[in-house]
Design a protein around this ligand. Structure first.
Ligand code: F0G
Length: 419
């Protein structure tokens, strides 16, 4: 049996009723009866490279421990099956011997959000929703717009006006979502959409939705499977609304309970200095959670009042992980390195590499420990930052690894000069 369970008081609710929070006010999670689930490494391995619907998806490959649901409800592109890159150039920059990066920017709409959106829209279909809604710093809205279009649902996205990267805004508009720009930041949009969803009968697809988290678990499960079911010493990933890091933790807890892994990986969550409420909470020994007014050029993680902090607190205590913060300079320089290695990712993703570098320097991550970093979004999501960085146009920041474009007159002599 699968149910929704409150993370605080344990109250359970059925899956087939629209509900985002417990009556006590706290968040819900999907609770699996793992004792009764029959899965094995062999079963999951047999589905690798499968052409069979829905197991060709890197989420639904693990269907029994993600969302055991009738296939007729499943909305899938299919997503996942993203690569692990072990780049010598990036490892050298991070001062590490054994760093691999899982590129979630290779998902259908260019970010990890597709993994949560396949399960989110599948739940929406199961529940008979006609309209889906979310607040977003960009990627969630792009992903939701695409999946809603495929499922024949209307999509309404609430975005902070002028504060999301152009590639993401273009996707939401192109996929046909109703784009509502809020005069305010993401946290204002998030508060408003929770109210609007209830009043206007829209199904909410932010990561407060427990079904979203189930799909995002597949990032960690797939990474472990790619490594031959060997668990890395560390997973490192950026934290904004903290849904993704909570999902990774839930995945590892469940794999551990199922006996599919024999070690608990430590999770390091990286926040931008200007959007670091969970970093502060962690440093303060989890005493008092305080929101901040967020500001960072990594707009995907420009979030001051994350919804899932309580879920992540439990994960951090379980895995004995850590939380680090990185500066704007550290983010853009790490991004230049990730991009120039031929891999490329959006700014928030590169907080991962900046974070590994910092944690190795501090001796928290040992050089020889195995590390899987998550690159959460595609390079093309935010081309503006790329051009500004390489042309020396990011205010207050150095373009340490600039690859300056040149302009010449159309003569061979001039070409010779610049080459
Ligand atoms: N990286 C990228 C590229 C993101 O888009 C996000 C979140 C994160 C990291 C952080 O993940 O919120 O689960 O901690 N983007 C959301 C959005 C908030 O609206 O697209 P998180």
């Amino acid at each position: 049996m699968v149910s929704l369970r409150c993370i605080k008081c344990g109250q359970e609710y059925p899956l087939n009723v629209v509900r985002y929070r417990c009556d006590c006010g706290d968040l819900l999670e999907v609770a699996h009866d793992l004792d009764k689930v029959e899965v094995s490494k062999k079963l999951f391995n047999s589905r690798l490279g499968s052409l069979e619907w829905p197991y060709s998806s890197g989420v639904w490959r693990y269907k029994e421990i993600i969302l055991p649901i009738d296939n007729k409800f499943i909305v899938s592109r299919p997503e996942g099956n993203t690569n692990l890159y072990c780049s010598a150039k990036i490892s050298k920059y991070a001062g590490h011997d054994n760093l691999c990066l899982k590129h979630e920017g290779e998902n259908p709409t260019g970010s990890f959000k597709d993994r949560g959106m396949t399960t989110g829209t599948t739940a929406a279909k199961m529940l008979g929703a006609k309209v889906v809604a979310c607040a977003s710093t960009g990627n969630t809205s792009a992903s939701m717009a695409a999946y809603a279009a495929m499922a024949g649902m209307r999509a309404v996205v609430f975005i902070p006006e002028g504060k999301i990267a152009f590639g993401k805004l273009a996707q939401a508009v192109a996929y046909g979502a109703r784009v509502v720009q809020i005069e305010g930041d993401f946290d204002d949009a998030m508060a408003l959409v929770q109210e609007a969803a209830v009043e206007l009968d829209m199904y909410l697809l932010n990561s407060i939705n427990p079904f979203r988290i189930e799909g995002q678990k597949a990032i960690g499960i797939e990474a472990v499977q790619q490594m031959g079911w060997k668990v890395p010493d560390w997973f490192v990933l950026p934290g904004g609304n903290l849904g993704n890091s909570s999902a990774l933790g839930k995945a590892m807890m469940e794999l551990n309970e199922l006996g599919l892994i024999d070690k608990v990986p430590k999770i390091a969550v990286i926040q931008a200095e200007g959007a670091n409420p969970f970093y502060q909470y962690f440093k303060g020994g989890f005493k008092e959670f305080r929101s901040v007014k967020a500001d960072t050029l990594a707009t995907a993680i420009k979030i001051g009042n994350p919804v899932s902090w309580r879920k992540l607190e439990a994960v951090m205590k379980w895995c004995k992980g850590t939380v680090e913060q990185v500066s704007e300079q550290e983010i853009v320089d790490a991004k230049a390195i990730v991009d120039a290695a031929g891999i490329g990712a959006e700014p928030a993703s590169c907080a991962t590499v900046a974070g590994v570098k910092k944690l190795v320097t501090k001796g928290v991550i040992k050089r020889d420990e195995s590390v899987v970093g998550i690159l959460t979004g595609n390079l093309l999501k935010d081309p503006d930052i790329v051009i500004k960085y390489h042309q020396g146009g990011l205010e207050g920041l150095r373009s340490t690894f600039a690859n300056k474009m040149v302009k010449i007159k159309p003569t061979l002599g001039e070409v010779k000069k610049v080459l």
